[in-house]
Design a protein around this ligand. Structure first.
Ligand code: PGA
Length: 255
C-alpha cells in the first residue's frame, strides 16, 4: 500500500445549509485558513449557492461542487439539475449517492449508476458515497453491502474514467450522529472497497483511487482517521459549516 500514489481530498458537504450570502461569508472566512493546504479542498454546496461559491473562491485553492445531478441532459424532471448544467457553470465536482438521497429520496444503486455516468460524460469528478446501515453492520454484511453498492455504481464506468472517481465510505450510522467509525473500522472498509476496485480495474487503478471516510469526521478525530493507510481524505458534513473546524481538518490532512 502506498498512500503517495493518490491524492488526499477533503470535501465539505454542506447539505441543505446556507443562503448565498451565508455561503460567501463562510467561504471568505475559510480561504485564508486553507490557502496553504497540501491536499485538495472542495466545498459541495446547495444548487442555489453554487454561483456565489464560485465567485467567492475564484483564484483560490478551494474547488466547488454540487451535491447531486440528474442522469438526463434535460427534460421534464421538475426540480432536477443536469450534469451539463453543472458543467456549464464551471463546476468540477459532484457528490452522487449520498445516503440521505438513498434514504429520503428513493435513490437506488441503479439510479446512482445512471447519475455517475451522466456526470462522467460531462467530465465532472464524482464523489461517490457508499456505506452500510447499523443493522447491516450488526448482521455482519458491511463488506458485501459496500462492495455491492460500489460495483453497481461503477457498472459500465471505463478504466479511463476511474481517474474522475473519488469514493466516500460513509457508514450511515455515523452520519450526523456524533458516532464515528473507529480509525480501524474506517481503514478496514476503505480497504475492502479498494479491493473491489482492484478486482474491477486492476491493482494500479485501485492504488490510485482516492477513498475518503465520512461520518462525524471532525477536527478532533480527523488526524487519527487520516493516518490510516486506506483513508485518503474525508467527506465532512457538520464540521464543514464552521470555517475553523474545517480548516483544522484540512491541516490534519496536510501533515
Ligand atoms: P457528518 O456528515 O460529517 O455531519 O456526519 C457527513 C456526510 O454526510 O457527508
Amino acid at each position: 500500500m502506498n498512500k503517495a500514489t493518490r491524492k488526499t481530498v477533503i470535501a465539505g458537504n454542506w447539505k441543505m445549509n446556507k443562503t448565498p450570502a451565508e455561503a460567501t461569508e463562510l467561504l471568505t472566512a475559510m480561504i485564508p485558513l486553507v490557502k496553504d493546504a497540501d491536499c485538495d479542498v472542495i466545498a459541495c454546496v446547495p444548487y442555489v449557492d453554487l454561483q456565489a461559491a464560485l465567485d467567492a473562491t475564484k483564484g483560490t485553492n478551494i474547488k466547488i461542487g454540487a451535491e447531486n445531478c440528474h442522469w438526463e441532459k434535460s427534460g421534464a424532471y421538475t426540480a432536477e439539475v443536469s450534469a451539463p448544467m453543472l458543467k456549464a457553470m464551471g463546476l468540477e465536482y459532484v457528490i452522487i449517492g449520498h445516503s440521505e438521497r438513498r434514504q429520503y429520496f428513493g435513490e437506488t444503486d441503479v439510479t446512482v449508476n445512471k447519475r455517475v455516468k451522466a456526470a462522467l460524460s460531462e467530465g465532472l469528478t464524482v464523489i461517490l458515497c457508499v456505506g452500510e446501515y447499523l443493522e447491516q453492520r450488526e448482521q455482519g454484511v458491511t463488506a458485501e453491502v459496500c462492495a455491492m453498492q460500489t460495483k453497481i455504481a461503477l457498472k459500465d464506468v471505463s478504466k479511463e474514467d476511474m481517474s474522475k472517481i473519488i469514493i466516500a465510505y460513509e457508514p450511515v450510522w455515523a452520519i450526523g450522529t456524533g458516532l464515528t467509525a473507529t480509525a480501524d473500522q474506517a481503514d478496514e472498509v476503505c480497504g475492502i472497497i479498494r479491493n473491489v476496485i482492484a478486482d474491477l480495474y486492476g491493482a494500479e487503478i485501485a492504488e490510485a483511487t482516492t477513498i475518503q471516510y465520512g461520518g462525524s469526521m471532525n477536527d478532533g478525530n480527523a488526524e487519527e482517521l487520516l493516518s490510516k493507510v486506506n483513508v485518503d481524505g474525508g467527506l465532512i458534513g457538520g464540521a464543514s459549516l464552521v470555517a475553523e473546524k474545517f480548516a483544522r481538518i484540512v491541516e490534519a490532512a496536510s501533515k
